[in-house]
Design a protein around this ligand. Structure first.
Ligand code: TXA
Ligand code: MG
Length: 343
C-alpha cells in the first residue's frame, strides 16, 4: 500500500491504478471511500473482500459530471414527478453529500448494486475526488467510481487517511491523503425510485434541506436484520468496544468510575448549555466533546474522528450522549444508536 497526495501527478497515478482494477481509497467531503472502477467486476469483488462486506449490500457509484448520471441510471423510466424531484435535488444539492437511489442502467454490473433494480449515485463536492473520477474517465469510456466507506463492514467510518491505513492496511493499493474530511458524516441516501421519496440513511444533508426543495419525505430507518437499505443494519458504525448511550445532558451526572483502571471513555455532544463559554468542557484524557458550544455542524465533523480516538485508547467501554434530534443531530443519533446496539 502506498500513500499518495492530492497533487495532479499523484491523482493521475491513482486514476491509472483504478483503471488497472486496483483499489484506491480517497477523500470525499463526507468520509473516505474505498474506490474501484464501477465497471470492473474483478475490482468490485475486491472491494467486498477488503471490507468483508456481505454481497447483499450495494455500493454507491460516484460520478463527477451531471451527464454521467444517465449512463448509470435510467432516468427515462421515472415518472414525471420523480423526474422533477431529481431535477430540483441535483440542481440545488449536487455536487454534495446526497446519494440518490434511482432505476439502474443495465450496463452497471450487478455486483455494484447487489442485484437490485436500482443504483445509488453520488456526485461528491470534494475537489480531489472529482479530479480522480474525471481522470479515470479520461482513461475509459465510462468513468465512474464505486466506493463504500473505507472501513471494515460494520465499523467506524474513516475521516482521515490514517483511519483507512489502520483499518484496511494492505488490502488497499493506494490511499489518497486529503487530511481530515470536512463534513465527517456519510451522505444522506434518498430513494427516488418509489412512489414517494424515502430517506434510507440520514447523513450530511439534513432531511430539512431536502424537504425544503421537494416537500415531505418519509424516513425508513428501521433497525432490522433484513433492511430496505443495508446501512440500516441495527448494529453498524460500531467501535470495537461496547458503547453505552445516554440522553443529552444525562451523561454528566453519571459518576466517573472510582477505579481508573476500569478504562471508560466518554463522548459528550457539548458542554452543559448553562456553562459560560470560558468554562466549557473540552477534550481531556479519556473524554471527548464533539462541539463545546453545541454546534451541530462542528459535532458532525468531529463525530467519527473522536470515536476513532476513543476506540484507539485501549479502553473497555465508551459512554456517549445523544445530540439534539434535529438536522445533522438526527444523523449523529442514528449512528450512535446503531453503535450502541450490541451492548
Ligand atoms: O458519504 C458517503 O456516502 C460515502 C462516501 C465514500 O461517498 N460512502 C458510503 O458508502 O457511505 P457505504 O457503502 O458505506 O454506504 C452506502 C449506503 C449503504 O447503506 C447501502 O446499503 C446503501 O447506501 N445503498 C447503496 N445502493 C443502494 C440501493 N440501490 N438501494 C438502497 N440502498 C442502497
Ligand atoms: Mg459505510
Amino acid at each position: 500500500m502506498e500513500i499518495l497526495s492530492t497533487s495532479e501527478p499523484d491523482l493521475k497515478k491513482a486514476a491509472a491504478a483504478l483503471a488497472d482494477g486496483l483499489l484506491v481509497a480517497f477523500p470525499t467531503e463526507t468520509v473516505y471511500g474505498l474506490g474501484a472502477d464501477a465497471f470492473n467486476t474483478n475490482a468490485l469483488a475486491k472491494v467486498f473482500q477488503a471490507k468483508n462486506r456481505p454481497r447483499f449490500d450495494p455500493l454507491i457509484v460516484h460520478i463527477a459530471d451531471i451527464n454521467a448520471l444517465t449512463r448509470i441510471s435510467d432516468i427515462s423510466s421515472l415518472n414525471e414527478t420523480a423526474r422533477k424531484w431529481l431535477e430540483l435535488l441535483t440542481e440545488q444539492l449536487w455536487p454534495g453529500p446526497l446519494t440518490l437511489v434511482l432505476p439502474k442502467q443495465k450496463e452497471v454490473p450487478d455486483l455494484a448494486t447487489a442485484g437490485l433494480a436500482t443504483v445509488a449515485v453520488r456526485y461528491p463536492s470534494h475537489p480531489a475526488a472529482q479530479k480522480l473520477i474525471r481522470l479515470l474517465k479520461g482513461t475509459l469510456s465510462t468513468g465512474a467510481v464505486a466506493a463504500p466507506s473505507a472501513n471494515p463492514f460494520g465499523f467506524i467510518s474513516p475521516t482521515r487517511a490514517e483511519h483507512v491505513k489502520r483499518q484496511l492496511g494492505e488490502k488497499v493499493d493506494y490511499i489518497v491523503d486529503g487530511g481530515k474530511t470536512q463534513l465527517g458524516l456519510e451522505s444522506t441516501v434518498l430513494d427516488l425510485s418509489r412512489k414517494h421519496p424515502v430517506i434510507l440513511r440520514l447523513g450530511a444533508t439534513s432531511r430539512e434541506a431536502i424537504e425544503a426543495l421537494i416537500g415531505p419525505v418519509e424516513l425508513s430507518l428501521e433497525f432490522s436484520e433484513k433492511p430496505d437499505s443495508p446501512g440500516q443494519l441495527k448494529s453498524h458504525y460500531a467501535p470495537s468496544i461496547p458503547l453505552v448511550l445516554y440522553r443529552q445532558g444525562e451523561l454528566a451526572s453519571v459518576p466517573e468510575a472510582a477505579d481508573s483502571t476500569a478504562g471508560e471513555g466518554r463522548l459528550y455532544f457539548s458542554s452543559p448549555p448553562d456553562i459560560a463559554a470560558g468554562d466549557r468542557m473540552r477534550d481531556s484524557d479519556r473524554t471527548r466533546v464533539l462541539s463545546p458550544g453545541g454546534d451541530l455542524t462542528e459535532a458532525a465533523a468531529n463525530f467519527f474522528d473522536k470515536l476513532h480516538e476513543l476506540d484507539g485508547m485501549g479502553l473497555s467501554l465508551i459512554r456517549a450522549e445523544e445530540a439534539p434530534d434535529q438536522g445533522l443531530g438526527a444523523a449523529i443519533n442514528d449512528r450512535l444508536r446503531r453503535a450502541a446496539w450490541k451492548t
